[in-house]
Design a protein around this ligand. Structure first.
Ligand SMILES: Nc1nc2c(ncn2[C@@H]2O[C@H](COP(=O)(O)OP(=O)(O)OP(=O)(O)O)[C@@H](O)[C@H]2O)c(=O)[nH]1
Ligand SMILES: [Mg+2]
Length: 283
């Protein structure tokens, strides 16, 4: 039996959460076009007859502007310093390796697995070129392996999974065999709501909103969407509450049939100072 932990790090929006969901074959971590989507360490578990790999999706590294931003960066690095059995550095093959990737790579072990993600946006010759460039720019990772994948299409994920299994030490399972995540159900519901808010609002104000489940009685759920400015409340509500209605319907559909979901929008000007009250960064 092989089992262990993998820390997955990278700049924001390179596709870490999408990759974890695809590897786990279940949506455990929410995905959005906007940056700073993941707000704590989300564990997704790959189970097999003789292996268990615990993937730790982390918040993307970025230039932080507030307390939560700083703590998101710290959280990502905690996963790396916590003696994982493998570290994956996810990069965007379409955008290429930039100074942010290099800065982060310098903090990682020499045998980091470097993922060139989003290869569905590139031709084969372009992928080869990106591989060459990445291995040159990150040559200080002297024992690194470079793997092109697409979290979206699933390209090369079987090879990546096999590589991870090979890297795991001998040991017993950490979780029951059919577990795919260790997240609390209340938090999962709040995250589904947050994902739909981000989708419907697009780039309007995603950094400054939080969601939490205040009543959990399946199939009934009551969630709050918290913003930090009075002026943001009407943005979420939309004309006659139409946007909130759209968010509610989409989230209820994602949670499952028969769901009764109630949403409330609240203003809390200081919520960014205590993100842990919403389940963010509870490590
Ligand atoms: N074309 C393409 N797009 C992708 C792929 N993987 C992710 N994306 C898109 O990239 C955006 C960001 O994806 P996420 O998975 O949320 O990225 P992340 O690295 O977890 O972002 P943070 O949580 O903010 O650090 C979303 O719009 C995804 O749909 C991929 O393999 N190919
Ligand atoms: Mg993410």
């Amino acid at each position: 039996m092989k089992s262990g932990f993998v820390a997955i790090v990278g700049r924001t929006s390179v596709g870490k959460s999408t990759l974890v969901n695809k590897l786990v074959k279940t949506k455990v971590s929410i995905v959005a076009r906007s940056s700073n989507t993941t707000r704590n360490i989300i564990r997704g578990i790959i189970n097999g007859p003789d292996y268990q790999i615990v993937l730790q999706d982390t918040p993307g590294l970025h230039r932080s502007h507030n307390e939560m931003g700083h703590r998101l960066n710290e959280a990502a690095l905690t996963a790396v310093s916590d003696y994982p059995d493998a570290v994956l550095l996810v990069t965007d093959a379409y955008g290429g390796i930039g100074s942010g990737d290099i800065k982060l790579a310098k903090m990682l072990p020499k045998d980091t697995i470097v993922i060139l993600n989003k290869t569905d946006k590139l031709s084969n010759p372009q992928i080869t070129l990106q591989l060459l460039e990445a291995s040159e720019k990150l040559s200080f990772l002297s024992e690194a392996e470079f793997i092109p994948v697409s979290g979206r299409s699933g390209y090369n994920l079987d090879n990546l999974k096999q590589l991870l299994i090979d890297r795991m030490p001998e040991g017993e399972r950490f979780f029951e065999q059919d577990t795919v995540t260790d997240l609390m159900d209340e938090f999962k519901i709040a995250e589904i709501v947050r994902e739909q808010v981000l989708r419907v609002l697009k780039q309007d104000l995603p950094q400054h909103l939080a969601c939490r489940t205040v009543e959990y009685d399946p199939p009934f759920y009551r969630c709050e969407i918290i913003v930090d400015k009075d002026s943001h409340k009407p943005i979420i509500l939309g004309k006659n509450g139409s946007r909130l209605g759209e968010i509610r319907r989409a989230a209820a559909y994602k949670i499952g049939s028969g769901t009764v979901l109630e949403l409330h929008v609240k203003v809390d000007k200081n919520w960014l100072s205590y993100p842990e009250r919403f389940g963010y960064l509870q490590l």
